[in-house]
Design a protein around this ligand. Structure first.
Ligand SMILES: [Zn+2]
Length: 221
């Protein structure tokens, strides 16, 4: 199965994608199987922040939730940076409490995100979604324990540099076909698509569908 880790479109095969949503996407579609819920820095203001926190806390009761986010830091959007940090802190704290991984939206704020991860030392996985950075940045993020999710556009050397178990594929907002992204990624990594699909399935299972084992593993470290 070609699992789509992060999409804003209704997936063709409902159980093969994580639908990423925020308060402004509600009411949520019924025919979605897996959800990630977050506070996106693009859609955030001082006024709606309390409401968004409430919405997230309520949606945690939804059994379809397998992750939080996307949330994060974006230096190119108009939302005050301090407020973005507050919202991100809220999400990462919940991620630890609820034992859910987080999808991170990061634009020109990688130093801040890495510094935050170093100081907070989260046990849950932090997944940089839509990663388009260069190989050096990919390597630095991997050294710091991040998972990278690649979409339609990326530097091939970056995807080549990521060890198996540390990457995902996603369509995000694009109309790209997820199967095509799997084939392209397999060609980039110079491995058969079948192997790549198996590698990603193992990563997906570990990150989103094996939470008890994950938390036990986290406790050991
Ligand atoms: Zn997205």
């Amino acid at each position: 199965m070609t699992f789509d880790a992060h999409t804003h479109h209704l997936p063709e095969k409902a159980d093969s994608a994580i639908f990423s949503c925020c308060m402004y996407d509600s009411p949520l579609p019924d025919n979605v199987v897996f959800l990630a819920a977050g506070i996106h820095p693009w859609h955030l203001s001082e006024e709606d922040f309390p409401m968004q926190m409430k919405w997230i806390e309520n949606i945690l009761a939804d059994k379809r939730i397998v992750a939080l986010g996307e949330s994060g830091l974006d230096k190119l959007c108009n939302t005050p940076f301090e407020l973005q940090i507050k919202a991100f802190h809220f999400i990462t704290t919940l991620s630890e409490e609820e034992k859910l991984p987080v999808f991170i939206h990061c634009v020109k704020a990688f130093n801040e995100i890495i510094a935050l991860k170093k100081s907070l030392k989260p046990k849950q996985s932090w997944i940089i979604h839509g990663f388009r950075g260069k190989k050096e940045l990919a390597e630095s993020l991997i050294r710091n324990g991040f998972i990278l999710s690649f979409g339609e556009k990326y530097h091939p050397e970056a995807l080549q540099s990521v060890p198996k178990g540390h990457y995902l594929l996603e369509t995000d907002n694009s109309n790209a076909d997820i199967s095509f992204l799997y084939e392209k990624a397999a060609a980039t990594r110079k491995i058969p698509c079948k192997i790549l699909t198996k590698e990603i399935k193992e990563t997906v299972d570990k990150l989103f569908f094996n939470r008890i084992k994950n938390s036990l593993f986290g406790k050991k470290s």
